[in-house]
Design a protein around this ligand. Sequence first.
Ligand SMILES: [Fe+2]
Ligand SMILES: [Fe+2]
Length: 145
Amino acid sequence: MSNKNATDKQGIIDGLNEDLAREYQAIIQYVVFSSSLKGAEYGDIAEELKLHASEELEHALEVAKQIDYLGGDPTVKSKEAGYSQDSKTMLEIDLKSEQETIRNYRDRIRQAESAGEYALSEKLRGIIAQEQDHEIDLKDALGLR
Ligand SMILES: [Fe+2]
Ligand SMILES: [Fe+2]
């Protein structure tokens, strides 16, 4: 392997580990917020957030597998989860996290494609489509659409 290839690969592994840490954070936030949202107006979104939690777990499993394929070690560290006692603030925290996640996956897709890792970029496109659905669900619940 040339030095450039090795550097590209290491950059992708490092980036994917940041993504994995964000997936852990998302799981924590969705588990906690789906069970503590208060108010009749948030009943539907609370159910939706439970589904998000399981999708984030699938993303974490997929990203960890991709890191392993590339010869890296999947991280055990989560990004710090946000918290609030206020239902609307919880949803705003989730929305901000999703938007940051989407930005980062876009970068990772570019990185993967410029390194010729097309199978990885395909997997990431599947994940980013779900993150975009999560963003829409949160915007709907917050009345932002
Ligand atoms: Fe995710
Ligand atoms: Fe998400």
